[in-house]
Design a protein around this ligand. Structure first.
Ligand SMILES: Nc1nc2c(ncn2[C@@H]2O[C@H](COP(=O)(O)OP(=O)(O)O)[C@@H](O)[C@H]2O)c(=O)[nH]1
Ligand SMILES: Nc1ncnc2c1ncn2[C@@H]1O[C@H](COP(=O)(O)OP(=O)(O)O)[C@@H](O)[C@H]1O
Length: 195
C-alpha cells in the first residue's frame, strides 16, 4: 500500500456506467492539471479504445501474475473481467502531482476510501436510467454490455449518499463547471495550508 503524504489527494469519480464519469473526469483533470491513474483491465478493448489511454489492456494470465505478486492496491471482478489499480502507478503519479484522479465503480471507491480516509474525495456522477441507457446506445455499446451495466444501476445509485459530493449530469458544461469549482476549493485550501 502506498503511504500518502499529508496533503496528497485522490479524487474518485464514481456512479453508474454511462453517467458521464470518464468524460467529466478527463475534462476536469486537464483543466485543473491533475493526473489520471489508469487501471488495468482484462476485458477486450472496444472499437475505438486504445491501450494505454482507456486502460492498460492485459491478458487474464498477466493480471493473475500481477495480482499474485501483490501489485494491485485494489482489484475487482465485474462481469467476469478484472479491473485493478497498480501500486507503482499511484506512487509514480504522486511524484509529479499532489493530486490524482481515478474512475472507479462504487465498490472500488469504497475500498479506496477505507484505505485512505480523508485523502479520498468521492464525486458521485449520475443521471436517470433512461438517459444512461440512451447515452450508451449512442456511444455504440452493445445491447449485452448495456443490459449488464443496467443490471447494477440501482445498486450503483445507492452509493450516492455515502459520497462527499454528488452531481446530476444533464448539462455537461454545467456539471464540469460545478465540479471544477468544488475541486478548486480543495486545491486552494491545500495551497493556503502550505503557506
Ligand atoms: N473498482 C474498480 N473499478 C474500475 C476500475 N477500472 C474501471 N473501473 C470501473 O469498472 C467498470 C467497468 O465496466 P466496463 O463496462 O468495462 O466500463 P467502461 O470501461 O467504463 O466502459 C466501470 O464502471 C469502470 O469505471 C478499477 O481499477 N477498479
Ligand atoms: N451531460 C451529457 N449530455 C450528453 N451526453 C453526455 C453527457 N455526459 C456524458 N455524455 C456522453 O455519454 C456517454 C457516456 O459517458 P462516459 O463519460 O463514457 O460515462 P461513464 O464513464 O460514466 O461510463 C459518452 O458518449 C459521453 O460523451
Amino acid at each position: 500500500m502506498v503511504e500518502l503524504k499529508d496533503r496528497e489527494l485522490i479524487i474518485v469519480f464514481t456512479g453508474p456506467d454511462g453517467s458521464g464519469r470518464k468524460t467529466i473526469a478527463d475534462s476536469v483533470g486537464s483543466t485543473l492539471g491533475i493526473s489520471k491513474v489508469l487501471s488495468y483491465a482484462t476485458r477486450k478493448p472496444r472499437p475505438g479504445e486504445v491501450d494505454g489511454q482507456d486502460y492498460h489492456f492485459i491478458t487474464p494470465q498477466l493480471y493473475e501474475q500481477l495480482h499474485a505478486g501483490g501489485e494491485f492496491i485494489e482489484s475487482v471482478t465485474i462481469s467476469n473481467n478484472q479491473y485493478g489499480l497498480r501500486d507503482k502507478d499511484v506512487e509514480q503519479s504522486f511524484q509529479h502531482n499532489g493530486c490524482i484522479y481515478l474512475i472507479l465503480n462504487p465498490e472500488g471507491a469504497e475500498i479506496l476510501k477505507r484505505m485512505y480516509g480523508d485523502h479520498v474525495i468521492r464525486l458521485f456522477i449520475y443521471a436517470d436510467r433512461q438517459t444512461v441507457q440512451t447515452r450508451q446506445r449512442d456511444e455504440g455499446l452493445s445491447e449485452e454490455v448495456i443490459a449488464d451495466h443496467l443490471s447494477h444501476y440501482e445498486s450503483d445509485m445507492s452509493y450516492q449518499s455515502q459520497c462527499e459530493h454528488a452531481y446530476e449530469n444533464y448539462d455537461l458544461a454545467h456539471t464540469i463547471f460545478d465540479i471544477s469549482n468544488t475541486l478548486e476549493g480543495y486545491l486552494k485550501r491545500d495551497l493556503v495550508e502550505r503557506d
